[in-house]
Design a protein around this ligand. Sequence first.
Ligand code: ADP
Ligand code: MG
Length: 252
Amino acid sequence: NASSVPILELVKVEKFFGSFQALHGVSLEIPAGTVTCIVGPSGSGKSTLLRTINMLEPIQGGAIFFKGELCGEEVRNGYRVPVSAAKAREQVLNFGMVFQSFNLFPNMTALENVTLAPRTVRGLSREAAERAAIEHLSRVGLADKRNNYPNELSGGQQQRVAIARALAMQPEVMLFDEPTSALDPELVAEVLEVIRSLANDGTTMVIVTHEMNLASEIADQLVVMADGRIIEQGHPRDVLSHPATERGRAFF
Ligand code: ADP
Ligand code: MG
């Protein structure tokens, strides 16, 4: 039964940078429509984990499956080999990524930032891309800012445009890497509100965050990483009451 296959499954993922091992056999299941929050001290491998999922980093061991299909690799004549560039481009579209630094194109309006990839990668007409973009900008509360350039927007508004831009590609899984860490404290709430509403809509999300309140409110599973390993995993209410997490909490 298809619904019992997780949308994303990591099996004993190993990641090396030269001789340094950043991920030590990380296994994780993400059911469709759920929110997974990842916490842990700086350098524990959280960003590396997201980057391996998004195929920005090749892995050296284990496997990543999207709906049961190997990601970034395939089996040929009994050997695992990287997928073709064309296949990789197709697979990577399953994931939308939102970074700490919003990385909007400064010389494009909010609308142009959101329509660029749907037009160039998906081949949508300008009209269709703009219609969809306005819907996505509305979803993050910014339809009225569509003709503004990034430098005319606050950090929180820019990050909301970045979220709309990721949504516009209609990814099956949204990956967030510390989406509020670059924001002034008074701008954090508006971005958290957008993330909350996506969670309520049933968007599958994997969120690296220091916002423990958000994590405990919206996470179906909370994952605690340390030194390239998952050290705690479960429902936030269970994980947060665990002594190891209490000790680690000083770092979050
Ligand atoms: P986190 O996001 O949890 O702060 P990272 O995933 O960024 O941690 O990094 C995990 C470890 O891997 C750190 O020790 C970091 O220095 C190392 N690392 C990350 N990216 C690279 C890279 N491109 N080259 C070498 N080492 C890296
Ligand atoms: Mg990081």
